[in-house]
Design a protein around this ligand. Structure first.
Ligand code: ADP
Ligand code: ADP
Length: 231
């Protein structure tokens, strides 16, 4: 599903050159739930930007769902992004003056789906996250945990092959965070491929596999090196 081979990313300013990723290798197969963790400044956001087709790598090869995207220009990447990737953000990023169903329909509109189809997919996605009865509610009427469930519904409504989550529980208290992770585990059990970036090791524990980014490189975290085992 996601294959990164020897990915490099260099940021250049007039005076400084930062190698944010260097020889970064990661393979995620269909149906996996992978947590990507690491200290602040290790390269997680850079990884996410490249994985999510927002930024181009400086070198290396990135194959997403069978398509080599390494050499694509911005326009090609953003077109593919709409088809291949559902994003979940730390801050939910729902539009406050659109009701939940309309929020979920926004990215479906970018994909050129017609109104009836958008509505049907949005309603199905809301049902999947346990909020079927709330279609006409507004984000401000929901708790943070519920808002993140809506954002997850938005990400998965178009059935993208890859779900990317950036600190999805970073704005939530412990209990609501647990609910969101439960939902991600449920989606994983249903076959979704999920890559979640988090600096929270306890949340990372709930994924199937943990990858740690250190100094711009990815390393697998062995099971017995984990803090403790949940489930
Ligand atoms: P970015 O670099 O894109 O801002 P980060 O992943 O560094 O994103 O950080 C996301 C949030 O998590 C920020 O609010 C940051 O302060 C916090 N954070 C990141 N790493 C840690 C850490 N090791 N311990 C505590 N908070 C962290
Ligand atoms: P994390 O998300 O783990 O905190 P980042 O991917 O944000 O790490 O950053 C990795 C390294 O790249 C850091 O040294 C950071 O300062 C640098 N970096 C990130 N974005 C930029 C940028 N736009 N310009 C210059 N340096 C950057």
């Amino acid at each position: 599903m996601l294959e990164m081979h020897h990915i490099a990313k260099v940021y250049r300013t007039e005076t400084v050159e930062t190698a944010a990723l260097r020889d970064f290798n990661l393979h995620v197969t269909p149906g996996e739930f992978v947590a990507v963790t690491g200290a602040s400044g290790s390269g997680k956001s850079t990884f996410l930007g490249i994985a999510g087709l927002i930024e181009a790598p400086s070198g290396g090869r990135y194959v997403l769902d069978g398509v080599d995207v390494s050499q694509m220009n911005d326009r090609q990447r953003s077109r593919l992004r709409n088809q291949k990737i559902g994003f979940v953000f730390q801050a939910f990023n729902l539009i406050p003056d659109l009701n939940l169903r309309d929020n979920i329909e926004v990215p479906l509109g970018y994909r050129g789906l017609r109104a009836a189809e958008r509505r049907e997919l949005a309603q199905a996605a809301l049902a999947k996250v346990g909020l079927a009865g709330r279609a006409r509610h507004y984000p401000g009427q929901l708790s943070g945990g519920q808002q993140q469930r809506v954002a997850i519904a938005r990400a998965l409504a178009g059935n993208p092959p890859l779900l990317l989550a950036d600190e999805p529980t970073g704005n939530l208290d412990t209990q609501m965070a647990a609910g969101v992770i439960d939902l991600l585990q449920e989606l994983h059990a249903g076959g979704a491929t999920i890559v979640m970036v988090t600096h929270d090791l306890h949340l990372a524990e709930r994924a199937q596999r943990i990858v740690k980014v250190m100094d711009g490189q990815a390393a697998e975290v062995a099971r017995d090196a984990r803090l403790h085992s949940v489930s």
